[in-house]
Design a protein around this ligand. Sequence first.
Ligand SMILES: *Cc1c(COP(=O)(O)O)cnc(C)c1O
Length: 376
Amino acid sequence: MQIPFNKPFLTGKEVKYLQEAVYVYTHISGNGFFTKQCHQFFENNYGFKKTLLTTSCTDALEMSALLMDIQPGDEVIVPSFTFVSTALAYVRQGANIVFADSRVDHPGIDEDEIESLITNRTKAIVVVHYAGVACDMDKIMGIARQYNLFVVEDAAQAIDSYYKGRPIGGIGHFGTFSFHETKNLQCGEGGLLIINDEKYTKRAEIIWEKGTNRAEFFRGEVNKYGWVDVGSSFLPSELNAAFLYAQLEQLEAIQQKRKNIWYAYFNALKILEEKKLVKLPYIPNYAANNAHMFYIVCNNYEERTALIKYLKEKGIMAVFHYLPLHKSSFYSKLYGKETLTKAEKYSDEILRLPFFHDLRPEEVEYITDIIKQFYL
Ligand SMILES: *Cc1c(COP(=O)(O)O)cnc(C)c1O
């Protein structure tokens, strides 16, 4: 058996909608019928006040940096155990990144460490809901209020996930989703900016459309449009939106399927956790499970390397991530060496197992049997 790590899922309607964009609506640039359908989907289903499709989650994070008016020398607190974009979006505006460590029981940001990282230059806290599992947002929003800071939720992995029943991405000032082909819902490359503080809605539209007030013009609110602010071409073409809409329509079925796979892994591997041989994902009771990924935590780097090799010999592609950002060559050249023990530990020990919509139950059984052979 050969089992890849990821296989992008198609609902079957993607090409039909692409054709509609091209031949029926004859509008392929941004902000047409399908873009509006996507925005409505998110605003109706999750109660988000304002959403804007972007060409990636990275772009949505960059938009948040512009909206927060991040200036050279401003400090932004970011977890080290995350993808590059979480920090990069703010570095591009000249921010100094202050890295936070992971929790002991979960790779997400250690909420209790945030306060000690705040200085009078701190402007924002960016949290990542790793594996779709919510950070403790009450704690984080409380700190932000106390010190008058922005909160951005990098919810790239956290579509259709919840914190105490509230949709993730809708709690901080801004939230961002990713529709990269490795995420639960995908359109190749794509993202979403969620604007939760209405104060920023109008400016977000302008930044989205290359610094122009075109959106207002099309709504008939102004009689001409022009260059009014900074911005970029953050809006995706209708082709991306049409593809994505085909996936959004199937969101419930996709999520149910992924949850079944997640629990199949969890139940099959529980025995290894009971015998204290590996750790399985921990989900605090305030967080929902959106089945973004399934990982195990090995005991050390050498054991994980051996397990990857063992699985590969049996045709199974399992992968690890992230190299903690505080140890990256880009960051350490600028700021020197730093140690964040929990982020480094997760970087050495997390192993992600194949996870995609069409992964069959017998494949999960095969994979988990091999892992049990390795440990038992
Ligand atoms: C995937 C991911 C991103 C980047 O998403 P893109 O859409 O590829 O820009 C950012 N942050 C996290 C946590 C991610 O998992």
